[in-house]
Design a protein around this ligand. Sequence first.
Ligand code: KG4
Ligand code: ZN
Length: 335
Amino acid sequence: MNDIVVLAIESSCDETSAAVIKNGTEVMSNIVSSQIDIHKKFGGVVPEVASRHHVENITLVLDAAIKEANCNINDITCVAVTKGPGLIGSLLVGINAAKAFAFSHDLPIVGVHHIAGHIYANNLVENLEFPSLALVVSGGHTELVLMEDHNSFNIIGKTRDDAVGEAYDKVARVVNLTYPGGPQIDRLAKSGRETYKLPRVMLNQDNYDFSFSGLKSAVINLVHNANQRNESINIENLAKSFQESVVDILVGKTLKALKNYNVKQLLLAGGVAANSDLRARLQVEMKNYSHIKLIIPPLKYCTDNAAMIGVAGTFAYLNGVRDDLSLNGKASLEL
Ligand code: KG4
Ligand code: ZN
């Protein structure tokens, strides 16, 4: 069988990225140009600014990915691109670049759901086996996704309000940490102790749904009350207390699902999958589930990157997914 070589593009938020992926497992190149330093001074991603930087960077990133892969353009099977969800202006930059490349080289286009990409990052560690359960934790999503086969996603639980990454970023802002707050809270938590009592919202409910806005508000109220009383807050301890609550909830709900669904693999996916306590706790807990293989992507494939879109695009292509020049971006899009 011929190799399947996918040129992939991701531009849904604040990373402009292009990658070349062979057979859904081999990363021939993965170039990521991050705009984090640009958005930092605004305390979060400014959509219009993000679009402009994607426009400036997309051809440079694409050229670099093709050059680094050292592949012949004639060997490329298709172009995969994130079609949503995300910032519409940002998505359209990637989609238009994908269309231009596909048109000029007469290649098929495969539109990929951003979260499918995050889940398929796990296939770079080990081939996915089904059924498998994915814990998806990113800036926009918190979901438990059951996969019975390639390209089949069944959301069995999701957040009813904030995504976990969003809660991290908002909590970080209230204690004056720069965007994105998740990695900074994670770093501070390493030297903190759990001294603040914070809620585990919905943990004991008999479902697989999440809620993080109550936890976020509890932290914000705690900080505001301390400020009003002129009391100081120990930021390391607050970071650790918040993170323990988050990890208890995420891991608790995941284990609940594992008791009821007979899966072969547990996959961790999304930017918050980079979190050190979440990774460590899952590794410890999963020792009690020796029949289920825990897969966690390397840090570079947890936050946004085109390699994961290339892997998901490979399996979508093999499943017959084809888009054409009418492909449009969708700011919100069901998995
Ligand atoms: O998946 P991602 O790169 O973008 C989205 O698709 O949303 O996730 C970004 C989110 C941000 O909220 C960021 O604060 C969070 O992932 N994040 C972390 C860590 N690294 C990134 N949250 C907690 N701990 C981390 N180490
Ligand atoms: Zn993402």
